[in-house]
Design a protein around this ligand. Structure first.
Ligand code: CA
Length: 370
């Protein structure tokens, strides 16, 4: 049984959450920026539009884009660093998504010392036949158990981007706290060494298998399918997730983007004909345009049968889906959690072991298993 409590309400398109050890919640709102909610309930707007402690004049909000992921440095107790993924107009023609590092003071009242650690994540500057500007930016950021930051990016409705190893769209990046390529990314020769995995469509969920399980620490992503085949995929360094939405024999598409054309055979999310070694998904959801966004592993005995399973938010269906894995890390079944309907945008397990959910409706929920 799950008990849901609304912890915060009245937010404007909350996009992501991150927890400090004391239970304070950092959260982003797509068109406002970064705030912190202390355990007292007090909320401080730290970074973003006018009114924030640190104003980002370059932040803009367009279509799906704006402020997305937030992550806390593993050494936060010493360096007070936090990280935010955001659309910025500091770069022009095209503008870009960036990952910026901020430093919080001891009282959580100010953000200072902004450093843009990644400045060149692909952003969809101009609308096309498939959607408006700002589409498919990815935007989840998470530190993995090895201490490096994973950054998910999107394909921008650009056919050549996912397989282009020189550009940072349709990828999962892995960098250090200064934005430099992490060791061991195994990027194919000639590629940008910050790339950990490529051939993705629009990854908006990433988390890591908990310790004590097979392949502990392995990153799993969730990404939106093109009207079919939403995928959850275990990653490997240097892997190709198999998405290549360019024109091809028998399929010619507007703006050379076939991401909404064809079907699971002619335009597969994982094209094992073109890429025989492609990373295989652990779970594929074939119920239309499901909108599989955030992903979190459930970890701890309090989750009982669900301990070690994956939770994913199915935004279009307004459900939370729980995926059971076998010993090889592949799905052996899934079920819906019994929760009120909502577009769940962020899933994070808090330091208390409960699951916290940010909804597009402007709420943060705490979900307690019993
Ligand atoms: Ca794939």
């Amino acid at each position: 049984m799950l008990t849901r409590t609304v912890v915060v309400s009245g937010l404007s398109s909350p996009w992501d959450l991150a927890f400090l050890p004391d239970g304070s919640i950092l959260f982003t709102e797509k068109c406002r920026g970064l705030s912190v909610r202390r355990t007292s309930g007090a909320i401080t707007h730290l970074f973003g539009i006018s009114g924030a402690s640190l104003v980002a004049d370059d932040l803009f909000c367009q279509g799906q884009s704006g402020v997305h992921g937030v992550a806390i440095d593993p050494d936060f107790a010493n360096n007070r660093y936090v990280y935010v993924f955001m659309a910025s107009n500091l770069s022009t023609n095209p503008r870009t998504n960036r990952v910026v590092r901020l430093q919080l003071d001891a009282a959580f009242s100010t953000a200072t010392n902004r450093v843009d650690i990644i400045t060149d994540i692909a952003y969809k500057e101009v609308g096309n036949a498939h959607g408006g500007a700002g589409s498919h930016s990815g935007g989840r950021i998470r530190f993995g158990p090895g201490g490096y930051l994973y950054v998910t990016t999107g394909d921008n409705h650009n056919g050549s981007l996912p397989q282009d190893l020189t550009r940072l769209g349709g990828k999962v990046l892995r960098v250090d706290r200064n934005g430099a390529a992490a060791p061991g990314n195994n990027t194919p020769s000639g590629g940008d060494p910050r790339i950990y995995a490529y051939g993705h469509r629009n990854v908006q969920g990433i988390d890591f298998r908990p310790s004590g399980t097979v392949n502990a620490g392995q990153p799993y992503t969730a990404e939106h399918g093109p009207g079919h085949s939403d995928e959850v995929t275990p990653l490997a360094a240097g892997g190709n997730a198999g998405w290549d939405p360019q024109n091809r024999p028998g399929l010619t598409c507007a703006d050379n983007y076939c991401g909404y054309d064809g079907n699971s055979t002619t335009m597969p999310m994982t094209d094992t004909t073109r890429f025989p070694a492609a990373l295989r998904p652990a779970w594929v959801y074939q119920f239309g345009s499901a909108g599989t966004g955030p992903l979190a592993f459930l970890n701890g005995a309090q989750w009982r049968d669900w301990n070690g399973r994956i939770a994913v938010g199915i935004m279009r269906h307004e459900t939370l889906r729980i995926i059971q894995l076998d010993s090889a890390g592949m799905s052996v079944g899934s079920e819906n959690a019994s929760l009120p309907a909502a577009r769940m945008r962020s899933l994070v397990q808090g330091p208390d072991g409960n699951l916290y959910i940010a909804t597009d409706g402007g709420e943060i929920w705490r979900v307690v298993p019993s």
